[in-house]
Unconditional design. Structure first.
Length: 119
């Protein structure tokens, strides 16, 4: 943080900060269903869920059922804790997919075309 010199992540859990955070990117992506095992051929054919993602300036990536700001997010990925973002096509069998690696889990997202995922 430029104001107090503490790590920026220490400010992220405050609801007031979340309400004041500026979105820097938003759009529709597809999210792999929770618990998908891409090594299992049956799981590879599971339907991905279309969600509206918003990346905020403080590093949170939130996703919801629609783009309305009042809709409660279904999930959040803290990009400050992200260790890597890698091409997911080899694992998922899906074009234009990415794997967001965090200490807790792997998040698989994909776009409908190359321009969106390269954004």
């Amino acid at each position: 943080c430029q104001n107090c010199f503490k790590p920026r992540e220490s400010h992220l859990l405050n609801d007031e900060d979340l309400n004041q955070a500026k979105p820097i990117y938003g759009g529709w992506l597809l999210l792999a269903p929770e618990g998908t095992d891409f090594d299992n051929p049956v799981h590879r054919s599971r339907k991905w869920q279309r969600r509206f993602f918003i990346l905020y300036e403080h590093g949170l990536l939130r996703y919801a059922l629609d783009e309305m700001p009042t809709t409660l997010p279904q999930g959040t990925i803290n990009m400050n804790q992200c260790t890597d973002v890698v091409d997911g096509e080899n694992r998922t069998g899906q074009k234009f997919s990415l794997c967001i690696l965090t200490p807790e889990k792997e998040h698989f997202i994909r776009a409908e075309n190359k321009e969106i995922i390269s954004g």
